[in-house]
Write a protein that binds this ligand. Sequence first.
Ligand code: SF4
Length: 333
Amino acid sequence: MEALANLAEELHHKLAPMHPGYYDLDTCRHLAQVVEQIRALKAKRNAVILAHNYQRPEIFEVADFIGDSLELARKAAGVEADVIVFCGVHFMAETAKILNPKKTVLLPDLRAGCSLADSVTAEEIVERRKELQAVYPDLAVVAYVNTTAAVKAVVDVCCTSSNAVTIVNRLPNQHILFVPDQHLGEYVQQHTEKTILTWNGSCYVHHQITPENIVRIKQALPHARVLVHPECRADVIALADAVLSTSGMVEYARRSEATEFVVVTECGLSDRLFLEVPEKTFYKACKLCQFMKMITLDRTLWSLETMQHEIVLEEEVRQGAERSLRRMLELTA
Ligand code: SF4
């Protein structure tokens, strides 16, 4: 009982300053109980929890590993435990299953989808590739990891926001169809001699952030460094001091001589920065992703109790998607 009370106090102390009014002591007592139950069940099921940087801060308490898409993909490939509980969105859990098919991969809530992944289908890519190859015979198709397994299975290689430029530059092809994020595609175009043909997709979270938001913040905080995710619009990226993936932002904030930062991405990343780099100050110029926030501590416990929702993929699709993901890992090894 005393250990539980101490954990509740500890959570309250850590989380309350981040979200005033939300993590009161009663809430933290409940969270502490759930944290303890999850830790016990993880051991019983021989499970690990992988969590994306955009998750709720209490999820970080039970996570064995926290990271961005690329880090989580690499981590998932090497997991030895029997069960992977993925605290992130559906395409990320699929990626874990693609790279480590013998493991049971669980997603605590099937509503955790992604507007960006939903903006393209495998059939559309097959059709568009055919049209474009008539004009550009050397065309390669590069898919951001924020896509379904079926999409990954029909493209040449995957990429993440941290390695998109490297992947494109290391391909032998001159013409690239980049799907589905138009903003990341435009960002890549600025950093390559190759011709990038973009898709009309975007992340609804990053797309909402406008240059006017950032200009106002820069005027109020001229000394703070502005860190922007490449899923943002080009006119927002133009105002950045650094354009980085989420884990790139964590690394930059740790190493930088600057002490104040404006974080322009989904809000969960600011929570991770508050927890992991407490000696520096982070201002939120962020938006919430409703899909990421579907995953709660209660749902994570439920997932371990019921062993749901298990990710199941057709083997042919899985193998095709694995080929594109492995090529990404090889090109950036
Ligand atoms: S933040 Fe955007 S890209 Fe990431 S899961 Fe949410 S909708 Fe998808």
